[in-house]
Design a protein around this ligand. Structure first.
Ligand SMILES: *Cc1c(COP(=O)(O)O)cnc(C)c1O
Length: 372
C-alpha cells in the first residue's frame, strides 16, 4: 500500500535502518553529540535562535505554546480542525480566547487579524497555522506577523508549521514560536514535536515558567546543554539526524523545497485538467485537496482497493467530500506521477471521465517546466 496521506508520511528505508541501531541511553556523550547536531540543523532550517524537541505529538507543543505565550488573552485563527485545537487548548486551561472563524476553504486576511487586535487591547498572543491541514489551505502568516508586530510589537506570534516545516521556506523574522512534528515532512514516526523560538520567546518562557512536563523553561535549561528534561525520544532523534544527512545527499533543502513546490503545483494543475475542483481558495504546498461531495468517498475506495493507494479523506463535515494527497517529504517524482495516473483511472472506473492520459501529460510537463 502506498501511503500518500498528508501525515503520517512513509518512513524511508534508510531512516528506518538508522532507527534500528541499538538503543542509546539519553544521558551519554554519544546521544548528546547526535542531539547537538540535530539542534544545529533545526536552527539553521528554521532561522531562529533556539529550538526545543519534546517527546509528544504536535499537539503537545501547541499546548505548551498557548500556555507559555498567552499572558492575558489569545486570538485564534480557526479555519479548520487544527485552528480549532488551539481554541480548545485555551478553553481547557481557562485562558481567555477569541476566534476568527472561517469555512475550511478560506484563509484569514491580514486586515481581519489587525482589526481584532485593534478592537481588543487584552489580546497579547496570536495562534494560527501556516498550513491548515483540515482543508489544505495556506494562511498569509508572514504578512500577518509583519504587520501585527508593526501595530503591536509586544504581541507573541505562535505559528503551527507542522505541515510547512521542511515543505517550504518560512520567513520567521516576525514569528516567536514555530511548531513542527516528526510525522509530516521529516518522514519519521509520530512522537517528536519541535518548537523553534525567537529571543523574545526565550525570555518569556524563562520568565513565565509555566507547567510541568511541557515547561519550556525547564527544557531550555537542559537543551542548551544538549540534553532533555525527561527521557528523550532517542530513536526518532536518530532518525531526524539521518533525515538531515539525506537532505544533504539529495542536494540540500532548497532543492527539496523546489521539488516539493513543483510536485504540488503540477499536481494541482493535473487535477484541474481532469475537471476536478480544488477545495481551498489558497492551496498550501503540503498537499493537494480535491472537493467532490458526491464522489470523493467512492473514488478514495477505488484508489485503495484497485490501486493500493492510501490517500486521506476529510474530517468532521468534510469526511466524505474531500480527498487529500500528500506532497510532504522526500517523495520521488515517479510516485506522484503514479498517483495522478491512478486518480485518472479511478475517475474512469467510477464512470465520471474517459481515460486519455491527461493527468500524467499535464503533471510531467508542468513539473519539469517549474524545475528549469
Ligand atoms: C498533523 C498536524 C498537527 C499535529 O497533530 P498531532 O496529531 O498532535 O501530531 C497539528 N497541526 C497541523 C496543522 C497538523 O497538520
Amino acid at each position: 500500500m502506498l501511503l500518500f496521506t498528508p501525515g503520517p508520511t512513509p518512513v524511508l528505508e534508510s531512516i528506518r535502518n538508522a532507527m534500528s541501531e541499538p538503543t542509546l541511553h539519553h544521558r551519554t556523550p554519544e546521544f548528546e553529540a547526535i542531539f547537538a547536531r540535530v539542534r544545529e540543523n533545526l536552527k539553521k532550517l528554521l532561522n531562529l535562535p533556539e529550538v526545543l524537541m519534546l517527546a509528544s505529538s504536535g499537539s503537545g507543543a501547541m499546548e505548551a505554546c498557548v500556555r507559555t505565550f498567552t499572558t492575558n488573552k489569545v486570538l485564534v485563527v480557526n479555519s479548520g480542525k487544527f485552528g480549532q485545537r488551539f481554541a480548545k487548548i485555551a478553553q481547557a486551561y481557562d485562558i481567555p480566547c477569541t476566534q476568527i472563524e472561517h469555512s475550511w476553504d478560506t484563509p484569514v486576511s491580514v486586515e481581519e487579524v489587525l482589526e481584532a487586535f485593534r478592537a481588543d487591547s487584552a489580546l497579547d498572543c496570536l495562534c494560527m497555522q501556516v498550513c491548515e491541514s483540515a482543508g489544505g489551505l495556506r494562511h498569509p502568516i508572514e504578512q500577518i506577523a509583519k504587520e501585527l508586530k508593526a501595530l503591536k510589537p509586544d504581541v507573541m506570534i505562535v505559528a503551527d508549521a507542522i505541515t510547512a516545516m521542511g515543505v517550504e521556506p518560512i520567513d520567521t523574522t516576525h514569528i516567536d514560536a514555530l511548531i513542527g512534528g516528526s510525522q509530516k515532512a521529516f518522514m519519521l514516526p509520530p512522537g517528536l514535536s519541535i518548537i523553534a523560538l525567537s529571543q523574545k520567546a526565550i525570555n518569556m518562557a524563562n520568565e513565565r515558567d509555566v507547567g510541568f512536563y511541557f515547561n519550556l523553561k525547564t527544557e531550555l535549561k537542559n537543551q542548551v546543554k544538549n540534553t532533555t528534561a525527561w527521557t528523550a525520544p532517542t530513536t526518532i532523534i536518530q532518525g531526524l539526524d539521518k533525515y538531515f544527512e539525506l537532505v544533504e545527499e539529495l542536494g540540500g533543502i532548497d532543492r527539496i523545497y523546489a521539488q516539493t513546490r513543483a510536485r504540488a503545483l503540477a499536481s494541482n494543475e493535473a487535477m484541474r485538467a481532469l475537471g476536478l475542483k480544488l477545495y481551498p481558495k489558497t492551496p498550501a504546498l503540503a498537499m493537494s485537496t480535491i472537493y467532490d461531495e458526491a464522489n470523493a468517498s467512492n473514488l478514495r475506495k477505488i484508489l485503495k482497493n484497485d490501486f493500493a493507494l492510501n490517500a486521506a479523506g476529510g474530517q468532521d463535515h468534510l469526511k466524505t467530500s474531500i480527498i487529500r494527497f500528500n506532497h510532504m517529504g522526500l517523495i520521488p517524482v515517479y510516485e506522484s506521477a503514479w498517483v495522478l495516473n491512478a486518480l485518472e483511472l479511478a475517475l474512469q472506473k467510477a464512470g465520471l471521465r474517459t481515460f486519455d492520459g491527461t493527468a500524467n501529460a499535464v503533471f510531467l510537463h508542468k513539473y519539469y517546466e517549474l524545475l528549469q
